[in-house]
Design a protein. Structure first.
Length: 315
């Protein structure tokens, strides 16, 4: 069955300028408030593409197309199912500019109630001097990252616009930053900003340490999902990755934050992640990642944990 599938994709790839790539993943997560989620993703790209970390033999100009699906199987006081289908086109204008547009449909079913929405995603990436910049605007259901139960029961939708990038004034300094504005159905909106300062080394061992600050605010506090008027977090973080025996890579990161929501007491949180990968990104890569997130504020505790099994195959 798999040989037949890849044969069909090879026919689609006849006119491609670069190797095609299939990405497949299975993700899972649980939260302390009872949301359990499983996510299955499969995408096909006729030309694999990453402007910020170029693949071998990347062409200076190319036309791309992509199609894929995302299936969500979840549970929160009832069964949840989501099905997203999309296709898209991309254009690498030169070595420093790349655009991609994806369009599709997204269906959501919760407690026997069905709803569907347009899915649209536009991304433009560019390299300007010492900056890696990405502009993205996305229209979709909010439930993907919006909490419970409002995004499910009310089938909330969002229009998200964000700019993120990394400034590298010197080889050993990285300054990641992000600005986001999201318009949410039923009259709410979110503003978020973050910036970090990291010092370290990229090769032969990826090791960086530094400090990160984030601020977010919703225009309205909604009972159906976490939506504080003001939330601030800041704290140290560290990232590490190393390859052993050419094909084995281990990654780990840890972020500890001091958090303050509205006018409440200062709390704390941490986010820890680890990943193991086998293979080489230019041909075949298989990986497993795990994460744990926990916060404590005003004697209230919340946590989430999960992971992802993923595969990237170029041919």
């Amino acid at each position: 069955m798999f040989s037949f599938f890849f044969s069909i994709l090879s026919l689609l790839n006849v006119s491609a300028n670069e190797p095609a790539q299939v990405n497949a993943s299975y993700g899972f997560s649980n939260t302390s408030n009872g949301l359990k989620t499983k996510t299955y993703r499969v995408t096909y790209e006729n030309n694999r593409r990453d402007l910020f970390w170029k693949y071998q033999d990347a062409r200076p100009e190319a036309n791309d197309f992509i199609f894929g699906t995302v299936i969500t199987d979840a549970e929160y006081l009832g069964e949840i199912s989501g099905l997203k289908l999309f296709t898209g086109v991309g254009r690498k204008w030169n070595e420093n500019n790349y655009s991609r547009l994806k369009l599709g449909t997204h269906k959501l079913k919760y407690k026997e109630s069905d709803s569907s929405t347009l899915y649209a995603d536009f991304t433009h990436r560019l390299l300007i001097g010492k900056h890696d910049l990405e502009f993205n605007t996305n229209y979709d259901f909010l439930y993907i990252d919006g909490g419970v139960p409002g995004p499910y029961t009310d089938k909330l939708q969002r229009l998200q616009t964000r700019v993120r990038g990394t400034y590298r004034p010197k080889d050993r300094i990285r300054v990641p930053y992000e600005i986001e504005y999201t318009k949410i159905s039923q009259g709410n909106s979110l503003q978020r900003q973050s910036v970090g300062f990291l010092y370290g080394n990229a090769y032969p061992i990826w090791i960086w340490g530094g400090y990160r600050v984030e601020r977010l605010s919703y225009s309205s506090t909604v009972p159906g999902y976490w939506s504080p008027k003001k939330f601030i977090s800041h704290g140290p973080l560290i990232e590490w990755a190393q390859t052993f025996y050419e094909n084995y890579t281990i990654k780990a990161s840890y972020l500890y934050s001091f958090i303050k929501e509205n006018d409440g007491e200062t709390g704390n949180s941490y986010y820890a992640s680890a990943a193991f990968e086998y293979g080489e990104r230019n041909s075949l890569l298989i990986g497993l990642s795990l994460f744990r997130n926990k916060s404590l504020q005003n004697s209230s505790e919340w946590w989430s944990e999960g992971g992802e099994l993923y595969l990237k195959y170029s041919f």
